[in-house]
Design a protein around this ligand. Sequence first.
Ligand code: NAD
Ligand code: TDX
Length: 350
Amino acid sequence: MTILVTGGAGFIGANFIHDWLARSDEAVVNLDRMTYAGHPGNLSALSGDPRHRFIKGDIRDGEQIDTILREHRPRAIVHFAAESHVDRSIAGPEAFVFTNVVGTFNLLEAARAYHGTLADEPAAGFRFLHVSTDEVYGALQADDPPFTEASIVAPNSPYSASKAGSDHLVRAYFHTYGLPVLTSNCTNNYGPRQFPEKFIPVVIERALAFEPVPIYADGKNVRDWIHVADHCAALRLILERGEPGTVYNVSAECERRNIDLATAICDCVDTLAPDPQGRIRRTLLTRVADRPGHDFRYAMSAARLRETLGWRPERSFADGLRQTVAWYLDNRQWVAEAQARLACALAETA
Ligand code: NAD
Ligand code: TDX
């Protein structure tokens, strides 16, 4: 048996594939365009593993997806591929619409045609898992209760609007065509292999280099954090035991203010990589201009996932953060390659 993963050279997709192959002999076909965010080093440990087949391709190309489904006949699709960085969506929204909305539409269309070709039993077992985000629900104020699956969808950035658009298409393919879809909406992930444009790796890298650590506005914005391995475990469970047509929110219910998180990371870098001159990294935190339309707070309840599928996160935030900082300190070549890819992408958009 085989599953098709899209976006498996990126942060969460690569962690998912590594976890999957560590737990199962089932093969993975990995379709990834290798944008700046797709990192070759995320897959290098799998070279020579016959269970992993990498295909450089684009979800904006519907015919290519048709061919892959015909040739590899997966029992499931796990869809990660996306443009994922909010700041880039503000600077240039178009790519987000084409990959996140049109790309997901292409994948759904191809899956619908493919599902129709399956005989009764394999067709019943087929699953399309769409990996999405808490940002589709918009922003909370300090005293609001956390988002649930019943919260109103109210995206505020081009990124979250494009993800909400894709979520709506996925829902429509269940109700209209009976495609057995599942949607997961997860909070902010952190962990190994996260691209160094996202907040936690930005803080680690700037702190390590004794450069100013950029904190948008007053740093009081709140994010709800989950270790990527806990997210991947939730996705495996949803894929195997989730009810088609259902949305599952994934959250470790771990809210932190950006300023507090950045301070904790600086202290952790001080511990793991002490400065011979005794400089203290938290002094590097520097207030910079705010992100336009910056969502104030995300927080999400995982009650449905807990109560219906028995999922629990396994890692404490303190342990997960320390292990993440250690991973960045131990993987300097990976970081250098990611920064080179980022510099190329920034030069192209300048
Ligand atoms: P990422 O940017 O690290 O990786 C995205 C991957 O998709 C890259 O490998 C890239 O090459 C690939 N890709 C981009 N456009 C493509 C295209 N047109 N065709 C094929 N491949 C393409 O993203 P991530 O942080 O790993 O996020 C993965 C998914 O999880 C996204 O759908 C994102 O919306 C969702 N998500 C992310 C978070 C988070 O905190 N990072 C939280 C919740 C949900
Ligand atoms: O340099 C920075 N300084 C800063 O203060 C950066 C890059 C971010 N921030 C703030 C903005 C946010 O409040 O930190 C917070 C986290 O920012 P990001 O890492 O850009 O994440 P966010 O915008 O919350 O979106 C992330 O979580 C949900 C992912 O990038 C999305 O793909 C996911 O869907």
